[in-house]
Design a protein around this ligand. Structure first.
Ligand code: FES
Length: 184
């Protein structure tokens, strides 16, 4: 039997079907379009608390009255990796070399490597006084700008005006190579 669209019974059916479809969209379609939440592996209960998962740091933030994990600004999904910077044979005991280590941000960082009887020390090349690069002079790492001197095996201050030691990175040796991890 043909359906008469003008019949009051059929137009009521069409109205009900349209309304039901609208509700289905409201509860499923709109929810699917919502921003995905970030899970940092544990409930976010204390505002300001930080949590690092797989090399990415999250901060517990208040968003519209709810505490949620948000990726820490400036903390892109950077993974900390050890970079092979020299062959082991290229750094003898008592020697110092400056190498440029690629960073995950696309630049490079200057690192001073020194081998002593205790192992290999990797230090940030920039003086902690005002950032000028240091260089090996005799038994110390010296900053030519204002004369600070540092101990090559530890980064400790020997002579000011710098008051803080050089920043130290992890250095390791494996498979005939020297590796540096830029973790600071
Ligand atoms: S920058 Fe090195 S001593 Fe001032």
């Amino acid at each position: 039997m043909p359906i008469d669209p003008k019949s009051p019974k059929n137009s009521r059916r069409a109205f009900i079907a349209t309304t039901a479809a609208a509700f289905v969209w409201l509860f499923t379609g709109s929810r699917a379009a919502a921003a995905p939440s970030v899970s940092a592996g544990a409930p976010c209960k204390v505002k300001g608390r930080e949590r690092t998962v797989d090399g990415v740091t999250f901060v517990c933030r208040n968003a519209k009255g709810k505490l949620v994990w948000r990726r820490k600004p400036g903390n892109a999904a950077e993974k900390i990796v050890a970079v092979r910077v020299l062959e082991s044979a290229e750094l003898g005991i008592g020697e110092t070399k400056v190498v440029n280590v690629p960073t995950t941000a696309g630049g490079t960082a200057g690192v001073v490597l020194t081998r002593t009887d205790a192992g290999i020390t990797a230090l940030k090349v920039n003086c902690t006084h005002a950032g000028f690069p240091v260089a090996r002079v005799g038994n110390v790492l010296q900053c030519e700008l204002h004369g600070s001197q540092f101990e090559p095996g530890t980064g400790a201050v020997v002579t000011g005006p710098a008051t803080r030691p050089l920043i130290r990175y992890d250095a390791s040796e494996a498979s005939g190579g020297i590796y540096v991890t830029l973790n600071a």
